[in-house]
Design a protein. Structure first.
Length: 118
């Protein structure tokens, strides 16, 4: 059974930091490209950051220079370090895993709430 479990969300003041974690089980983690998405109320889900199986990273323009995505294949875990948080970063953050070859193997976590107060 595949599970992606996010943790680390919460309430933080603007300018603060949070680190999200996504712990994966039931998959061969190193074979999956990973990503963080977010969805704010009334808005579509958007890609925040992604990391390939060989740890190449990409970021949404809105978070470049503030967020850092990383992965630890030994721990089957992905991270998102979020610094200089802004109220507009408030959203539910979701973890996603996509197999590098078999695109139908596409999994989501349940999400973790991040709220940034002004």
């Amino acid at each position: 059974q595949v599970q992606l479990v996010e943790s680390g969300g919460g309430l933080v003041q603007a300018g603060g930091s949070l680190r999200l974690s996504c712990a994966a089980s039931g998959i061969s983690f190193s074979s999956y490209a990973m990503g963080w998405y977010r969805q704010a109320p009334g808005k579509e889900r958007e890609l925040v950051a992604s990391i390939t199986t060989d740890s190449r990273t990409d970021y949404a323009e809105s978070v470049k220079g503030r967020f850092t995505i990383s992965r630890d294949n030994a721990k089957n875990t992905m991270y998102l370090q979020m610094n200089s948080l802004k109220p507009e970063d408030t959203a539910v953050y979701y973890c996603n895993a996509k197999h590098q070859l078999y695109r139908s193997r596409d999994y989501w976590g349940q999400g973790t709430q991040v709220t940034v107060s002004s």
